[in-house]
Design a protein. Sequence first.
Length: 211
Amino acid sequence: MKKNLVFLGPPGAGKGTQAKRLAKDLGLVHISTGDILRDAVKNQTPLGKKAKEYMDRGELVPDDLIIALIEEVMPPEGGVIFDGFPRTIAQAEALDEMLDRKGLKLDAVILFDVPDEVVVERLSGRRVCPSCGAVYHIKFNPPKEDEICDRCGTKLVQREDDREEVVRNRLEVYRKQTAPLIEYYERKGILIRLDASKDIDEVYQELRKVV
Ligand code: ADP
Ligand code: AMP
């Protein structure tokens, strides 16, 4: 049966970067709630309109909206990497309940362990393609041509919520609302800690070893 994984860790830890690669190599579906929400904001859908104010402030979008979203995008046969979800105990409980109902289970929760200063450096240098969503870093993963997306040629931008004032709040929100999930999954015996402070290829090698 295909695996169901959760990638847990602070913003900027490298979850999305690794999830894209692992999903491709293992044939899993990458579900990033952040990506789905940013798309919804861009397309001004009802969800996007509700979520925007929270995202702009670096706060969490209300649990009921996120849980409804996950129910909608979850493939019935599983085989998923959840990236940036769950972020609260209520979301984790809803996920357990949903998987149970579908006869699925979580195989592992990978904790991306990185010190705060690394996170700040990664977030401040992150650049994204507004058109295809590709993610770069000005120093650690630069595009071939300065500030231009390798995949589609669009000019890269900085995410609104990667500005310093918002980053501080996002880290605080992570500590208060999301970090309690570490203990939640440790108790279930499915938490795997990953040293995510190494470079992108090294982290990926480690990840392949543990999953
Ligand atoms: P998250 O999804 O956890 O918020 P991202 O995958 O978007 O994090 O990574 C944050 C930034 O750090 C991006 O600019 C990305 O290119 C860069 N990055 C990701 N992993 C590493 C790594 N192992 N070393 C250096 N930079 C990284
Ligand atoms: P991310 O791309 O994972 O850094 O998420 C960007 C923003 O989207 C977060 O700061 C939240 O405002 C919102 N968001 C993403 N995932 C969730 C979630 N599981 N629960 C609540 N809000 C979320």
